[in-house]
Design a protein around this ligand. Structure first.
Ligand code: MN
Length: 258
């Protein structure tokens, strides 16, 4: 039985950054299958926090991957952005109508957006001209209940299909673990990490450092993604890869005099 939202002529590309073996990509693919045909192309290993990095000095290899009895995918020995670029250029006979990335295990709200491989897969799809949505669950554990994140994904997909997305705009969705309490439009909180590294000593008596820390919000407002999430709601944030500081730029003109 297919619901009325299913369209066999719709091709949905599914990617992530936690790797093709992660529970989150299965949860996302299940939702994607309600809306159309799916192609799964994802990194063959954990690629969290690689941002928008691409592979330029090594060959990319693609391996068929059996996800479960109902799904198969293609595992790429590269980054999330590599997966989207390779899918677009070589692996997909039929170009996608929609690209989904996630469900990431861990929040991609606030400044996490800029480090995120999950978001970058979606951003790369936007660059290539495809409507794209990144989805993350704020709970880091791979055993987190993704049912709310799946519902938030459905809402975001419906929004994108009904309204379309303007060129250059990616949707970034975050959801707490567990059932969906509600979902709100939110803006990226200006934030940063503090106390980032823990120093330890290895068995050879050499010091090493392990990244850690907590997110500090440098911003105020009930509509900040991090604040909306704290209240238990899922968030949807329109983001863009155009990094020009437009407001600043508007106040400048012509030549920069010495
Ligand atoms: Mn990740």
């Amino acid at each position: 039985m297919r619901n009325s939202e299913y369209d066999e002529n719709r091709m949905i590309l599914v990617c992530n950054d936690d790797g093709i073996f992660s529970p989150g990509i299965r949860a996302l693919a299940e939702v994607a299958k309600e809306f159309g045909q799916i192609t799964i192309i994802a990194p063959d290993r954990q690629q969290s926090a690689v941002g928008h990095s691409i592979t330029v000095s090594d060959p990319l290899r693609v391996t068929p991957f059996q996800i479960n009895s109902k799904m198969e995918g293609q595992a790429v020995n590269g980054t999330p952005a590599d997966c989207i670029k390779l899918g677009h250029d070589k692996l997909m006979k039929r170009k996608p109508d929609l690209v989904l990335s996630g469900i990431n295990h861990g929040s991609n709200a606030g400044i996490n957006i800029i480090y995120s491989g999950t978001v970058s897969a979606a951003t790369e799809a936007t660059i290539l001209g495809y409507p794209a949505i990144a989805v993350s669950c704020t709970e880091f554990s791979e055993s987190a209940d993704l049912i709310g994140a799946q519902d938030a994904t459905r809402r975001a997909i419906r929004y994108a299909l009904r309204n379309g997305l303007p060129a250059g705009i990616t949707l970034n969705v975050n959801a707490p673990a567990g059932p969906l309490k509600g979902m709100k439009w939110a803006r990226q909180a200006n934030s940063r990490y503090v106390e980032e590294f823990e120093g330890r000593i290895d068995p050879h008596n050499k010091p090493y450092f392990w990244i850690t820390g907590r997110l500090e919000i440098l911003d105020e407002g009930e509509d900040l993604d991090l604040n909306v999430l704290k209240k238990g709601y899922a968030t949807i944030t329109p983001i863009q890869y155009d990094l020009t500081a437009h407001e600043f730029y508007r106040n400048q003109a012509g030549d920069l005099e010495d």
